[in-house]
Structures are given as structure tokens and as C-alpha cells.
Design a protein around this ligand. Sequence first.
Ligand code: AMP
Ligand code: GLY
Length: 425
Amino acid sequence: MKLLVVGGGGREHAIIKKLKENKEVTEIFACPGNGGIAADATCVPIGAKDIDGIVTFAKEHAIDFCVVAPDDPLVLGCVDALEAEGIPCFGPDKAAARIEGSKVFSKNLMQKYGIPTADYAVFDDPKAALAYITEQNTFPTVIKADGLALGKGVVLAQDLAEAKDAIHSIMEDKKFGDSGNQIVIEEFLEGPEVSVLSFTDGKTLVPMISSMDHKRALDGDKGLNTGGMGTVAPNPYYTKAIADECMEKIFLPTLDAMQKEGCPFKGCLYFGLMLTKNGPKVIEYNCRFGDPETQVVLPLLKTDLLTVMRAVHDETLDQLEVEWKDGAAACVIVASGGYPASYKKGIPMDLGKAESLQDTIVYHAGTALEYGKLVTAGGRVLGVTATGDDLQDALNKAYEAVQEIHFDDMFYRKDIGQRALKALN
Ligand code: AMP
Ligand code: GLY
């Protein structure tokens, strides 16, 4: 089987490494891949948003199955375009990808079907938005751009001045382009956050192992919001009782809602949850695998990934038992100095023995090959993952591997998993 994976970050590296475990797989292409993915797949210089380029390539190379991983191509309809040419895919179509592509769509869906989430209001006029916040006068308040915004479209405004700034930059300065034509203003929720990725074929939903992201750049949850600086799985706050409650009140109702709206969701549906004192609530849906959640979830998957993905495509997930390994996984992101603001690229890297340590996988996110040598090419550079008997064991191994890695200005959080360890004890 010839596979194509669309995307080029750490998440895609984790997907590719897992897909390679299937003996039927003869070749994997990545559009565009990266410097480390090049060791596991054939990288093709076609961007993940170049839908026409991807479809043409897939046809020319007689691709048997395609995995579309990032949000942008999914929201742009990459799966629709590939399937129209007879190429089976893992990933939601354009209509279903709205669950991430439009916060207004997802909030209205939750309201209509009684799925627990933060109270909210939608605005397309900045003056009306500001008047609403002024009248409410409760802070912090949460302001979200409707559309995709590179994960940066959420502002937790601490006071009226910050709220005013956010509304101005999203709706008037159009910081995120048309994504800011509408905004959602919502209630600020508190509690531990849990990421639950799930496989779903539109009729059956199988949750994956839960995980915990660390979104801020610096230790102690300080600094700017990032795409994620590290993850652990499973998430100790996510008990069996909470999982059952989420299945009943959130996961199945969401599946049902998407069916009733005429856009059944097939692929990986990501539930970003907050465990509030009034029960679990949805913070956000993503229409794809999380990054860096995937880097801790897939190493714990026992069942063959391609088999699961094909069952999702064929809508036969009810006939498959998806199994998980015991133990835990931890991923520490090694980033470029300055991330998530500006940073340098093209810095030579030395990975030492990191890639050959036991129970450890170094996923490449922002790396490139220059004349055969590995250099940095992004903000989040590597995701150093280890599995272990328990979380402490996994963390020890991951941090041991990080010690092997050197490049100028590199940084990483030293407290990944500490909150989870406290919750365990
Ligand atoms: P998102 O881009 O939707 O994942 O939001 C980014 C982060 O903002 C989330 O992971 C939460 O930490 C935070 N956040 C989003 N919505 C809320 C909310 N209603 N209350 C509190 N925090 C939130
Ligand atoms: N790590 C959060 C996300 O993938 O959206």
C-alpha cells in the first residue's frame, strides 16, 4: 500500500512512524514533511494547503490511502477533493471540519443539542461586542475569533481595556483576516484541562487515551500561549467516572448532533475539555489529531493504526476492538529561543544519542535538511517522547534524551508532567 500523509510537523511524524508498523505499507509520502520525517517517508515539496497539488500528486502516484492531518487542509476541503478522485482518506470532509473551522458553528451546535460548554454570545459588530462586555462587566472574559487563527485566536481578557484591544485587533485590524469577521465572547471557566482525541466513523466513537497539554511557553505556566510545550498521557484528572460522564453527555451527543445536522464526522475528533466544578465542559473541538497530544497518545496504541483508520473510512469501527498499552507517555517539546514570538531558523543541530535510547522517540516538528545536515526550521523543533511503566518513568526517560540534544538558543520546559504527578499523589 502506498500512503500519503498531508502535513509536516511532530504530529505527522508520529502518525507516519505508527503507520510504518503495518507490514502492508510499502511507501509513505509526506506533503511537505520535514527534515526528520525524511528518514521515515518520502518528502514531497507540496504545501499542506495546496489542495490541487496534493490531489494531482496522489493521482499520479496511485496513492491507496491518504491521511489529512492539519486543520487548514481539512477546513479547505482536502478530503472532499481527494475522495472525489476516488482516493480514500482518513479525515473529516469540509462540512464536518466546520466543528473546528467555525467557533460560531460549534457553539451553536452545542447550544442546540444541550452539550455542556461555556455560556456565550456571537457578534459581527465590534461596537455591539464592546457594549455587551461593558454591560456584563465580569472579568476575565474570553474572546475568540470565529475562524482558524494558527491557535492564537483566543484572548483571555483580564479587564475592559484588554477586551477592547482584543476586539479591535481581531475585528477591525483583522489580525487573523476573515477569521475575525465574527467573534464569540464566552464565560471564563476554571478547572483542569483534558484533551481527549477519538476515532469516529460518524456512527461509532472510540476515545483514545486521555492526555494533558502544557500550553504556556515557560515553567510554572508562565509566558505566552504556544501550540503546546509538552504533553503527558494518560491524564490523571480524567477518571473512569468522568470518562463515562463525558461519553454520555458530550461525546455521543456530539456525534449525534453532527449526524442530525447532515454532516457526520469521520476521522479524529478532538475534545478539549475543562473539568469544572459543575462537571466537564467543552472548551473547543478540533477536527484533527492534537499536536503535541498525538506524540504521547499514538505510542500507547496497541492496535494497528492503519487498520483503525481504514475502519473509520469504511464505517466499520463497531467491528474493531481498539486496544491500548499499559503505562504512560511523556513528550517534551524542544523549541527555538524566542518562540512563540520571533526566532532564528537554520541553526545546526546535534541530537547526540537521543534517537537511539530505549523507549524513546524523537519526533521532528520544525527541522530541515541542509546539504544533508539537520538544522532548525520552526519554533517547535522536536518532540522528545518516552514511554514508561508510569508517568515518572516516562518523564525520566524523556528528560534524559533531551540532555543529549544541543543547538544554539534551544529551550524547553523543565516541569512537564509535574502537575499530573501531583494529581497522582
Ligand atoms: P483554544 O484555542 O480554543 O484551545 O483555547 C486556548 C486555551 O484558552 C484553552 O486551552 C484554554 O486554556 C483557554 N480557554 C479557552 N476558552 C476558555 C474559557 N471559556 N475559559 C477559560 N479558559 C479558556
Ligand atoms: N495541542 C492543542 C492542539 O493541537 O490544538
